[in-house]
Structures are given as C-alpha cells and as structure tokens.
Design a protein around this ligand. Structure first.
Ligand code: FAD
Length: 292
C-alpha cells in the first residue's frame, strides 16, 4: 500500500530502522527488532540506505521482510549521491519485484573514505525524485530540516528547495531530529505560507545514552535545549538515568507535538525496540486517540 493513501485518511505512527553492518553484527537480530516493533502497529517502518550506495541489498531485504511479515508498510530510503541512472533503475526493478511501493528520496552526504565522484548524476534529492517520477511509479517522500539544512544560508533558502520536492512529486516529508518543538512549529508556519501543503511528519530521536548525546551535540543543525543539557551534565555517567531521561524527554516532546496537531510521529529507533516500546506504553492512550 502507498503511504500517501494512509495519510489521506489519518495521521501516521512510524519507526525508522537501519540494516546492521553485516561485518560486526548478527543480521538476524534486526528481524527480531522488526518483530518486536510490530506489536505497536506502526503504519510504516522506514529503512535507511548507505550514502556510499554499498549494501543496498540489505536495505531491500529488510524492507521486503517488513512487507511480508508485518502489518506496516516499508518505506525504502534511497540516497542518490553515489548512484547513476542504471543503479536507480536496478533498485526500482528489485523494488517492483518485491512489491515495495514507497521511496524516501534523498541526496546523502559523501562518506569520508568514498572513492570516486560523488553527486555524479543526481546532485539533489529533487533530481532523484524527478527521475523516479518520470521513469517509475512509487509513492515518493522527502527529508526536511526544522533548523534548516546545514548547507543552506537560511531556513527560507532551504524551504525554497523543499517546495521543489513537493513540485517533483513528494507526497509527504519526514523531518530531521530536533529537541525543541518550536523549530517544528516554525517550519510548519513558514512551509505552509510558502505553499508546501503535504504532510510534514516530525522525526523524534530519543537520546537514551551519553554516547548518543555526544554524537547529536556535535552534529550541526540539532540544538540541544538548556533543560536537556542540564540533565545530561548531571546524569551523563549514569546509564540507567540517561535511559530514563531519553525516554521521558521524547514522551514529553511527542505529547506536546500531538497536542499541537503535528502531522504524525516518526521515531528514529536506532534499532532499539525496547525504547520505542517504552515510549508507546507510556502514552498509549494518546497515540491510540490521535494517530489511529
Ligand atoms: P537535498 O534535498 O538535496 O538538500 C541538500 C541541500 O541542498 C540543502 O541545503 C537544500 O536546501 C539544497 N537543495 C536541495 N534541492 C536543491 C536544488 N534543486 N537546487 C539547489 N539546492 C538544493 N542519509 C543517508 O545516508 N541514508 C539515509 O537513509 C538517510 N535517511 C534520512 C532520513 C531523513 C528523514 C533525514 C531528514 C535525513 C536522512 N539522511 C540519510 C541524511 C541526508 O542524506 C542528509 O541530511 C543530506 O545532507 C541531505 O539530504 P537531502 O535529501 O535532504 O538533500
């Protein structure tokens, strides 16, 4: 089923997972994660894609598993930076064979040790969308950035390009993670003013460990609010406390977003089904009321 058909009827509840690196993890673990996530009845589960284009088989295999074994729709990420038309056609063909109908079309970032020319054929996600729209038949989605994409001078400049995603056939958008909901509300206000009318689903990543906190802290474009920083400073060496803080903060963020009519909720699970489950259980009644 196409995710845009779901979104015509209701707001969505969804998760993101990533295919584990086959060299250092047991590939079977991800299937148990998917099985565990299923019980929270997500409308869709998105599966990430390596920006180098490597291991794209793993993304497709995982999406096929979701298609065949769960009630959720798979959303296949495709980053186009390392791909040419032939690569995209091959992926599209494989997707069609597996009955996969939804693509999150992305540019990707050049990996540190990437050899060869990046952005050789597709310079932006819009070019991939345009290509897919003309040559194939998928429900297309795009990414957006509540604090503006790091390469854009202003949020306005970024949203001019975001409008292009809608013009190129994107039927919904998923945001980059953020920890201050005001960025999402501002994005919604400005995007709607600029004629972006498609659903913009907020992406929430629970910060449940000091390692994750440090990673996000160093990532440009994701502001850590003062109240969250205070909690981190006080409890960063306490694993159990960090877990509680991450879950509680995400729960509060989601409740506030839903109270303010956000277009859905997408949780970046980092393959931690227990975290997603704990969030769901704490606010099950609100999720059931607002997102079913
Ligand atoms: P683009 O839309 O191409 O935007 C990149 C920059 O170019 C922006 O500043 C934009 O304003 C500008 N721009 C866009 N279109 C044009 C245009 N037509 N002309 C001029 N300028 C333009 N990365 C992965 O490697 N794998 C994943 O699976 C993955 N999943 C993601 C999922 C979500 C929901 C999000 C938010 C990000 C994800 N990323 C993933 C990261 C993403 O690849 C990077 O953020 C990347 O820097 C930008 O990708 P994009 O598709 O938004 O690029």
């Amino acid at each position: 089923m196409r995710i845009n058909d779901i979104l015509k009827k209701k707001k969505s509840f969804s998760f993101e997972v990533f295919p584990p690196n086959p060299e250092n993890s047991n590939i079977r673990d991800i299937y148990s994660t998917i099985d565990a996530l299923q019980q929270f009845r997500p409308d869709f589960i998105s599966v990430t894609f390596k920006s180098s284009g490597d291991y794209s088989e793993n993304t497709l295999n995982l999406a096929s598993y979701i298609q065949q074994h769960t009630v959720a729709e798979p959303l296949v990420h495709i980053t186009c930076g390392a791909l040419d038309e032939h690569d995209v056609d091959n992926l599209a063909l494989r997707m069609r064979e597996e009955g996969l109908e939804n693509v999150l079309a992305l540019r990707g970032d050049k990996p540190a040790h990437f050899e060869g020319e990046y952005l050789k054929r597709f310079k932006h996600a819009t070019e991939l969308m345009d290509y897919l729209r003309q040559r194939h038949d998928f429900c297309l989605a795009g990414a957006c950035y509540p604090e503006g994409h790091i390469e854009s001078e202003s949020l306005y400049d970024d949203l001019v390009n975001l409008k292009r995603k809608q013009d190129m056939g994107a039927q919904f958008l998923i945001t980059q993670l953020f920890y201050d909901n005001n960025y999402y509300y501002r994005l919604m206000r400005v995007a709607r003013k600029m004629g972006i009318t498609i659903p913009i689903i907020p992406g929430i990543m629970p910060l449940t460990s000091a390692t994750m906190f440090n990673k996000i802290n160093n990532m440009a474009g994701a502001t850590i609010p003062f109240d969250l920083r205070v909690l981190f400073d006080r409890f960063r060496n306490d694993k159990a406390a960090m877990y509680e803080i991450g879950v509680s903060y995400a729960v509060t963020q989601i409740l506030e977003l839903l109270a303010n009519d956000a277009d859905g909720i997408h949780i970046y699970t980092m393959n931690h089904a227990n975290v997603a489950g704990e969030i769901y259980r704490r606010i099950e009644n609100v999720i059931e009321k607002e997102l079913r």
